[in-house]
Design a protein around this ligand. Sequence first.
Ligand code: IPE
Ligand code: IPE
Ligand code: MG
Length: 249
Amino acid sequence: MQAKKYSIDKTILKRDKIPNHIAIIMDGNGRWAKTRGLPRIAGHWAGAETLREIIEFCSDIDIKVLSVFAFSTENWKRPYEEVSSLLNMLLYYFKKEVAKLDKNNVKIIVSGDWRVLPEKIVKEIDKSIKLTEQNSGLILNILLNYGSRQEIVTACKKICEDVSQGKIRMEDINEDLIAAHLFSCQIPDPDLLIRPSGEIRISNCFLWQIAYAELYFTETHWPDFKPEDLYKAILDYQNRDRRFGGIKK
Ligand code: IPE
Ligand code: IPE
Ligand code: MG
């Protein structure tokens, strides 16, 4: 465990500069387990517990959207045992946690090609989405079997189809139209993208959506990432000068 370097003082957070949308690439579970002599899957279970705390903290400080990268289109390259344990864990958490999330007014959405997953998982996800649909609190966007390039390819195909069928004209294609064809069409772009575990890369997460996101990298492995670490990331974010290509006011 890392020594706690920050205690949380919510009054220090600038209310007018809270990021609307935080995205997290939940990485480092395997290495966390390895340093403890545990199997990789133990790291995934520990990571799931971290997620529970982070969701609570995000609700508490009025974050509007929390996106979490849970399984990428490239993660199928992993050994069968790891993938199948991960999917079982996912099913377990959907069954166990969703009622609580619903009670806390969290709305669950899932981005990615998750309908190809085993039927019992698909059913559970469908149920969770329906159950929490009307909730007005934190939107929890779970990226599941998600790959940003795949997402963009799918959007291109749909747009081409619409052009070829005469539903839209080529001149109608613009940034808004492309964004409207992405999984994230109902949510704003991330303001802050966090990647724990020491890797300084994006790994096919939100390539379109993070055009102007603030990036935050930390050495901490995801299972050790605590609300204090998120608080620290948000404080860092609040000191950034977002210019969007313009000049400082
Ligand atoms: C992230 O942790 C979880 C998933 C990708 C599903 P990893 O399993 O990638 O952990 P490391 O990167 O090997 O430590
Ligand atoms: C990114 O982590 C995907 C998720 C956290 C779900 P990876 O561990 O798969 O990424 P790489 O392989 O280190 O780039
Ligand atoms: Mg990894």
